[in-house]
Structures are given as C-alpha cells and as structure tokens.
Design a protein around this ligand. Structure first.
Ligand SMILES: Cc1cc2nc3c(=O)[nH]c(=O)nc-3n(C[C@H](O)[C@H](O)[C@H](O)COP(=O)(O)OP(=O)(O)OC[C@H]3O[C@@H](n4cnc5c(N)ncnc54)[C@H](O)[C@@H]3O)c2cc1C
Length: 458
C-alpha cells in the first residue's frame, strides 16, 4: 500500500478522484474549505435543506486526504473532554444533553448514509474499554460512576474478566467498561461517499485547490492559486490545517496519531483471540490507544505518541514515524500474543486538531461571513456530522435548536506562541508516556497529580 495515504482511501476508490481544480474566479453562495467529514457533511446538509444553493468545496489534495481518510473508524459519542469535566465546566444537565445528542448522532450517521445508499460498513458494535492491569481498574469504575452520576450509564456496564473473555481474549485483561453507544465504520467509503452525495445534490467539489488566504468581510472570499471565490459564507473545515492558514495559526495544535494495520486475520487465529463482534477496543492509557476491525477482518491498532513538530508543522514525512509504528506493532502483539507472527500490511498516520481546552468549536460570524468547525481532538467522526447540522442551521436560519451545546458558538483560548508551544507540547507528550510507563511497571494507577496530567485535565 505504499504511495497511498491510507488503506481506507486505497479501498474506497470510486473513479471520481482526482477531480478538476478550480478554474478561474467565480462566485458561490457558500464556499467550503476542506474536503473531509466536516466540510462535506456541511455542504451536503446545506444542499439537502436548500437545493437551489450554489455550494463549492475546495480541497487542497483529494477528498479524504486529511484525518477523515486516515482514522480508526470509531464512530463514538466521545468528545475531547470527559463527561465529568464537561459537567464541571458547564452543568450536569448540559453534560447529559451533550452526550445524548452525540449518542443520537452516532445513529444518525448510520441512518443517513443508509438512506442515501452509501455502504460505509457501519456496524453498531459498541465500545470496550479494557482494563489491562490493576493500574487501569480504578479508571474503569470511575468512568462508569461518572456516567451513572449523570444518568447516562443505562446499557453501560463493567464486565468481569470472564464476561470480557466471551467477547475477546486480551492478555492481562482484568475486565472492561462496556458502552453500547459506539459504532465502527469505513471512513474512506464515508468520506468519498459524502463527496458523491454533494455532487449528486448539485454541489461542486474541486480537488488540488489550496486556499492560501481567507478574506473575511461583508463580501468574504477565499484566494487560491487557480482563482478567487467570493461567497456569502466561507466555511472553514480544515481541522489540523487550520494551523497553517494565515490568521488562524494558534487555534489548534496539530498532533499526530499513527496507525498500523494487519493482514486479514486468518480464521484459526481469529478463533483464538475470540474477537468476532464489531466492538471498538481501547485501554485506559493516558497516551491513547484504539483498535478496530475492518470489514475484511484486519485489525487496526492506533495510538498517539509521535512527536509534536516545532511551529505546528505538518508534512507528509511526519505521517510515518518508524519508532512509533514499531511500538504500535509491539503493542498489538502485547494485547494478542497469538498474533506474534501476523503480517502487517500498512502503516500510516495523520494530523488531528487539538484546541487549547479540548472542546470542539462550531460557530458562524455573520459580520465576517465566516463559519467554522474544528478542534475534535481525535474524536471527530461523529462530531463532524453534528457540525454539519449546526453550521447549516446557523448559516441558513441564523440560529440552531442546538445552541446550548457547549461547542456551539465556542471559541477556544489560543495556543501559546513558539517556542513555548513546542516546549509545552513535548513536555506533556513525554510526561504522559512516563505516567503510563510507571503505571504499567508498578501496577499503581496514575495519581493525576503530575504536571503533564494537570496540564491536560479534560
Ligand atoms: C490517525 C487518526 C486516527 C483517528 N481516529 C479517530 C477515530 O477512530 N474516531 C474519531 O472520531 N476520530 C478519529 N480521528 C479524528 C478524526 O478523523 C477527525 O476529527 C475528523 O476526520 C476531522 O474531519 P475534518 O473534516 O474536520 O478534517 P480533515 O479530515 O482533516 O479534513 C480537512 C481537509 O482540509 C484540507 N485542507 C487543508 N488545508 C486546506 C487549504 N488551505 N485549502 C483547501 N483544503 C485544505 C485537507 O487536505 C483535508 O482534506 C483520528 C484522526 C487521525 C489522524
């Protein structure tokens, strides 16, 4: 799979990419910058609601080139902020409602794509957060308690080691937190399918068209090497790449998440590890790990850990970090020792957007003509659909019934200038790794009191 961005995109060729770039100046009702989930859900929703609108999507590379074509396939109700922290920052009622909206959005992704005839491999298999040693057991119980305190624990449960073993055999597992509200999907088919839906609804998608500058104002416009597009509204949907746009460089921190992918697991091995369902798996590590199964029976193992690059740099060279990829391959075998000889067919990575307070933003400013949604902290598959709905409400109606969600109208505090940003990011990355290493070595849960843990409390 060398030379392609990810297995997902290689497995989702539909003959439409590469599309023609923008060809000269033009005007539109709405111009969307970025052909990922956020931009395409927004474009499609606008067209579903107002079929006469002239909507143009400009994508620098090809549709799905960003995180949308590279992720772990988790369609979960998670946010960058935990439910307990959300309740502290807002109120228990707002936290409960936010989670309920996100849970409903998971189902909405499955329903809307099915109704539109897209096969995105949507399977609502739930989520198992596995306690991979005594140090992770308290976190498993605490998370269930936090959900219960908000009246959100219905259907969720702590599974005993034997109950977990009926679903999957994970080495050293001492149980798992079961959450039925998540699904797994094929992100490549979703992102490419959404682009087709936009076109079929009358929108235009240009690939190979990089927006170099955004001009806010009464008549906003975007400037590309191929021409200028004037529109009533400009939608910024570039997630990690927002940090590369002049004027927006400190809104999100581009953080790399990396992935390895096995061959289709042979039946005999699949029987031994027992993972036959469609659950998404993770542990309770501070440094984040995530596993899912592809429709053709491969296992995807992802994690953060690749270093932050000075000046918020994003470069295709950073999609591969051999040290991190080797670590992920070892971690998968540590989860499933039976896979010691499994072949790995692919490895890739991508940048996700981390806002200063880990809370996504969805807003529209009629005075500047700019609308934007970003800052999903690696949890954007579900939330980007919600962004599409909220931005459409705000652009077409000037208001949304979802206005009280904490991400609507939210503008995060900006990240520090360099070199502080680099020092802080590297300190947190190293600190969290040390927290996990210590917990695994001693069997003691993290204290939550290290500098790194306090800096990223969310
Ligand atoms: C490895 C990895 C694993 C992940 N796993 C999960 C997961 O399992 N579940 C989950 O919920 N989330 C996950 N995420 C996060 C999730 O994929 C993102 O939050 C989501 O895809 C963001 O969608 P988006 O459309 O906002 O941004 P993107 O998909 O990043 O799209 C932005 C697009 O804008 C384009 N662009 C950038 N600059 C310009 C410009 N100047 N002009 C024109 N176009 C431009 C880019 O090429 C890109 O295609 C993961 C992310 C990564 C990287």
């Amino acid at each position: 799979m060398t030379g392609t961005v990810s297995y997902w995109l290689a497995d989702a060729e539909d003959g439409r990419s590469p599309r023609a770039p923008l060809d000269g100046d033009r005007s539109a009702d709405v111009v969307v910058v970025g052909g990922g989930f956020t931009g395409l859900w927004t474009a499609w929703e606008l067209l579903r609601r107002e079929p006469s609108l002239d909507v143009v999507v400009l994508e620098a590379e090809t549709v799905g080139f960003g995180a949308s074509g590279r992720n772990g396939g988790w369609c979960s109700p998670g946010l960058g902020v935990s439910v307990a922290e959300l309740a502290r920052r807002t109120s228990p009622e707002t936290a409960r409602w936010t989670v309920e909206v996100l849970r409903a959005t998971v189902d909405e992704v499955g329903r809307l794509t099915a109704e539109a005839g897209l096969d995105i491999g949507f399977r609502k298999g739930g989520i198992l957060r596995v306690a991979r040693g005594p140090h992770e057991v308290p976190s498993m119980h605490a998370t269930l308690d936090d959900l219960a305190a908000l009246g959100l624990a219905g259907g969720c449960d702590v599974l005993s080691p034997s109950a977990l073993a009926e679903r999957v055999h994970v080495a050293g597992a001492l149980g798992a937190l079961w959450d039925p509200h998540g699904a797994v999907l094929h992100p490549g088919r979703l992102v490419r399918g959404l682009a087709r839906l936009v076109e079929d609804a009358g929108g235009t998608v240009h690939e190979g068209t990089t927006v170099e500058r955004v001009e806010p104002g009464a008549h906003p416009a975007v400037v590309t090497p191929q021409g200028r597009v004037r529109a009533s509204t400009v939608v910024l949907a570039t997630e990690a790449w927002l940090s590369q746009l002049p004027g927006w460089t400190r809104e999100v921190l581009p953080v790399y998440s990396l992935v390895v992918l096995t061959e289709p697991v042979p039946d005999e091995l699949a029987d031994r590890i027992g993972w036959k369902g469609d659950e998404c798996l993770s542990s309770h590590r501070a440094t984040v790990d995530y596993l899912s199964r592809t429709p053709d029976g491969r296992i995807l193992f992802g994690g953060r850990g690749a270093p932050y690059h000075f000046g918020s740099a994003i470069d295709p060279a950073y999609d591969t970090h051999e040290e991190t990829h080797a670590m992920l391959r070892r971690m998968l075998v540590d989860w499933f020792p039976d896979l010691g000889d499994i072949r790995f067919d692919a490895a890739w990575g991508g940048a996700l957007g981390m806002p200063r307070d880990f809370m996504p933003s969805m807003w529209h400013d009629p005075a500047t003509g700019i609308a934007a949604a970003y800052g999903y902290t690696g949890q954007g598959v579900t939330t980007a659909r919600l962004s599409g709905r909220v931005l459409t409400d705000l652009i077409l109606d000037g208001e949304t019934p979802l206005a009280d969600l904490p991400m609507v109208g939210h503008r995060p505090r900006r990240w520090e200038p360099e070199p502080l940003r680099w020092l802080g990011a590297r300190l947190v990355q190293r600190g969290l790794q040390a927290v996990d290493d210590r917990a695994e070595r001693t069997g003691e849960p993290p204290t939550g009191r290290t500098l790194a843990e306090r800096l990223i409390r969310h």
